[in-house]
Design a protein. Sequence first.
Lengths: 331, 431, 333
Amino acid sequence: MREITLSQAVNEALAEEMRRDDTVFIIGEDVAEAGTPFKVLSGLVEEFGTERVLDTPIAEPGFMGIAVGAAMTGTRPVVDLMFGDFIYLVMDQLCNQAAKTHYMSGGKLNVPLVLRTNLGATRRSAAQHSQSLHALVAHIPGLKVALPSSAFEAKGLMKTAIRDDNPVVIFEDKLMYNDKAAVPEEEYLIPFGEAKVLREGSDITLIGTSSMVQVCQKAAELLSAQGISAEVIDPRTIVPLDEATLLGSAKKTSRVIVVDEGHQSFGITGEIASRINEKAFYHLDAPVLRMGAMDVPVPFSPALEDLTVPTPEGVVANARKLVAGEMLHAA
Amino acid sequence: MPHEVIMPALGMAQDTGLIVAWHKSPGDTVNIGDVLFEVETDKATMEVEAQSEGFITQIRHYAGDDVPVGEVIAVIDESTEAVHTDETPTGTSAPAVEVPKGAEVIMPALGMAQDTGVIVAWHKAPGDPVTASDILFEVETDKATMEVEAGRDGYVAALLVEAGEEAPVGDAIAVIAAEKPANAVQLSRHVQSAAAAKPAEMPEARPESTQDAAPTKIAEPAIVAEGSKILASPKARRLAQKQGLDLNRLVKAGVPQPFHVSDLETLKALPDEKTASATATLHISARADAHGFAAFADRLAEKGAATGVVWAAFAAASLRATEANGGIVVRLENPLLGQSALFNDPDQTPLSAVAPCEAGAPRIILRDLTASRITGLSLTCGDTPVLTVTRDAKGYHLALDFTETQLPGDAAIRLIEGVAARLDEPSRHLL
Amino acid sequence: MSRAKKKHNAEDYLRMYRQMVRIRTFEDNANQLYLSAKMPGLTHMYSGEEAVAVGICEALRPTDRITSTHRGHGHCVAKGAEFKQMFCELLGKEEGYCRGKGGSMHIADQSNGNLGANAIVGGSMGIATGSAFSAKMLGRNEVTVCFFGDGATAQGLLYEVMNMAALWKLPVIYACENNGYSEYTRTAEIAAGSITARAEAFGIEAHKVDGQDVLAVNELTRKLVERCRKGEGPFFMELETYRYHGHHVGDINREYYRSKEEERDWKENRDPIIRFRAWLAAEGIATEDEIEAMNAEIKDDAAAAVEYALNAKYPAASEVDMHVFTDVKHVMA
């Protein structure tokens, strides 16, 4: 099968959906001729014109609000938010308007909108261009949240998101835009709420999101060399969350580490760990471990920044402790 | 249609409104927009306007009354026919009950943060004479029940609250008249405020989903920790409970905590405590006179029966007497000489005819140490009870080593006693 | 008062009058429901501003869209909503326009182009502009009116979306209902400079109109709507009006920000209904008796709707986790 980059996969997904459905349009800063700073959208404006690939002023709340109104009235906007860090700017439009419109109208108004943005540190971009803020929106009822972990996932999830009648936020890892993966030429969709088991194992389950799936995969390889069999699961969407698959694996291996690049406190790792704790408690042979980003603003210096995110080695070290039955946090 | 004037909800967090003044009286004409009364909330004083026109036919709450939001305080009617000019502030809805005039008894504020009081009991009935120091009623607040005195002399003209009912602090709850009233009454607050429109039913609390309903007892192991809590993983606990394993034994065995599933293998490998107690070797010893047996042995020796064979027969007979069923194989041992021989049911054959057998699982071992200098011993038995015979100048010493599983304690007692008795009086054996 | 135009027939005028009285009557009843503690929550009265909603909405087609505000009952009535479903919504009943999930601050008859009342001040400006965007993109020739108050002109979102609306020539009319008060504060204290000049800075044609004159509002709106349909939008209107009640029903002690004399003056001398009624009589469009009969009929309609709503069913408990997503029936299941 051919291999393409994550960036090309997203571009293909958008192009295919825009060809399929005339009501789909892209709106955001420098999305047209510039094709975004990451060049993900290059070429789309040539095919679809500036009517459907709209460059906006630098006014995130404004174009987000316009997208919400457009979505409520018959179109399917894909909002391009250049950096995930800017999501704070659009919070009212996203969380007070888009997320609640269907509910507040008693089910009469829909907001079929996609907010495309990114996450991920270690790009030496410092505290305001490196955050992974998906937990913020996952907290708000009414928003779906997808976290593609490869080019294949990015394409399939984007196409599903565009066809969804609800607001969907997709966070791509900005360090993965050039990562290649096998992506079929023929059309495919990836349903929301279906986790993917990337590697089967019996001693421990590693649940990873976005680029942390790669971290878990690498950790599983290292563990395998040490005689520990790790299962690796990618939830793919955190809202909706495929609880059944996660719980099944937790029950099977009895040990779980959840790895996510959002800040560890009050985040995705805690939520998933808590659900496993509530629903698979009597099958656990070790505490469910959270591994998120350090609870500090992302620092600039590489010497510091690399310390803040989970690594395969860190996952391996923790997995070994869990499997050995070490008391991780002695009272 | 009469229009009810209701205490309005004015503030953001307002429960009651205090009527500061009435601008209209019963019988007065009102037009929409006329100021009816002034009300004070925690925020401000406000004039409340009439929302319909007509005549004030009833005023149920007067200046000074603090009235719950939503309660009817007056009625505006199209005609003056229903006008009530009753000045008592007791808020009686139609059909009006006339409350006799007199001094009001007010629901007292007893606690620091008390809004209402419940009348537990009235100690006086309508029409009763009272003096100032008479207990008029008992009131309950969240803190306590208190008796309250009438506070003035006179007659109970009206009780405005029934026992069991709650009344806001400051509300009139009784009327005491100077003269004996002709028409003393007992009223209920329900009657007084029954006018509010009945709202639609609120939905019932959301039914719990069936999986949450009726909390099924979770079979979480009730592992009784001895002394302190055992640290173990949930799965290890669950499996231990399911398999009937006691984690306390891991604690006793010194296995470090927390326990995980892998520790259950260690637990299973520990010797079973019950087995251990059952396998502990027990000992009983006895003594027998040597004289009787010496003569008996001499006689048998003449007939060709060896002493050891006789003892084997004694042991088998004594064991059989403990109600042991089936064949009894006795092994005769002499460790000093390194000899041993098996006898099958030696008690069932004439002693002179007893001969060793080839094989068989012995049910008792008879250890002959009479030729040694040993005078007593207590050893661990193997799979079979061992009866050791030693000898000193005074006679024979018998020592039985056995376990509970091989022989119950009382059977062991009867066994050793039987052998000792036969040694004492060997001729009994022949009977 | 504007002069009658030939193209208006008597039916249009009477309908405008009727709609204004319906709004006033609705609000009087809502106020009573709130004061008598029969209505949960909080509510913001539109009384006094009727000519704005009616003048504008009477210039729109049912397929044209509006976005409304926390003071939205008037817009809702003017855009064609029925009393029954409105009172049901106010009381949190299942038959409400939003199935009791919105309440006073989110009330909207979505089937008549009302995209919802927004309880975030200025929150709907993006939505209205986006609605105009999709109308243009899909070639639907619909106009969107964005209602907001003078207080909302302080929100940055307005300037972001006016910028884009002007850049993209979107068929949207920003209708600023200037009732003189930003919640509990005189507008002069929170708004520097001119309100219309804000729009003009983006090259948006802006008009100031007497918001108590329903004919003037209607006439201006008709012109602007027509020009929007021809691609000449966006436009901006500042409508000078007045709210008779406080910011919300519990805002009773208002003397620290405005005087009773001022309130009396607006009510007695500038009331949109009184003025239009006098005009109708003077022009011979309706007799006093006919007007009284109309008023009485509306009053009865409202009373019946209130009665109906009071007795209507609350939503079932199972509704609580419905309508979170379009494709998940019960999100907590």
